[in-house]
Design a binder for this molecule. Structure first.
Ligand code: NI
Length: 213
């Protein structure tokens, strides 16, 4: 909590702070060393397809989707599969080098996959909280990020049907993290300088041992 720049009284309360889960890496997933070889191989293959820090595409602003066709639906399905294989909870099209505004997520194991196209945050709570996030594009990085606790977002599904989502906690966090990707923003931009330095160091170490990322 010490990294919060504008501490608010209610932040003293230990309300649903999900600091044991991380965005884009399932909190209840087993440690990499414990994965069976097949799951691990699938995960490594999926991660190889995800653009990593240093790739300029991660800094680009994605454009709105205009055509809702079968191709888009197939792409959404593939993103869901890749996210699943990578043991992630969210993925933005940007991370696969596709610069249009589509993201997928599945905050909890029992949830269905949500595909969100052209998302617009209509409302985000002033109440914010800090929790740890990881990112498939930043191997080895786990940082404390402050986000709105709840939000309402409007967009479309892969078929173009209007979608309105009210989310809180981890789900709200994942949505904010993925929308950041669509805007060319990374968690590194949302943390203090010192934490960023440590994250860069963690990333360099992870690159030396890629499968432990
Ligand atoms: Ni990410």
């Amino acid at each position: 909590m010490s990294e919060q720049q504008t501490p608010r009284p209610e932040d003293e309360e230990p309300h649903s702070r999900p600091d044991d889960v991380e965005v884009e890496a399932e909190g209840d997933a087993p440690a990499v060393e414990e994965l069976d070889p097949e799951t691990r191989a699938r995960r490594d293959a999926a991660l190889r397809r995800v653009r990593k820090f240093g790739d300029p595409v991660l800094r680009a602003v994605a454009l709105p989707v205009e055509r809702f066709d079968e191709r888009l639906q197939r792409e959404a399905e593939q993103m869901g599969e890749l996210m699943h294989d990578a043991l992630g909870v969210g993925l933005a099209a940007t991370q696969l080098g596709v610069l249009h505004r589509m993201l997928v997520y599945k905050a909890y194991v029992d949830d269905e996959l949500t595909v969100l196209v052209n998302p617009e945050i209509e409302w985000a709570s002033e109440e914010r909280e800090v929790a740890e996030e990881g990112c498939l594009s930043l191997p080895g990085v786990h940082v404390e990020v402050e986000r709105s606790v709840s939000l309402r977002v409007r967009g479309r599904d892969a078929r173009g049907e209007p979608l309105q989502i009210e989310a809180e906690g981890l789900e709200a966090r994942v949505i904010q993290h993925e929308i950041d990707h669509l805007d060319g923003r990374l968690v590194l931009d949302r943390i203090p300088k010192q934490a960023r330095k440590e994250a860069m160091r963690a990333m360099r170490e992870a690159q030396r041992t890629p499968s432990a990322a």
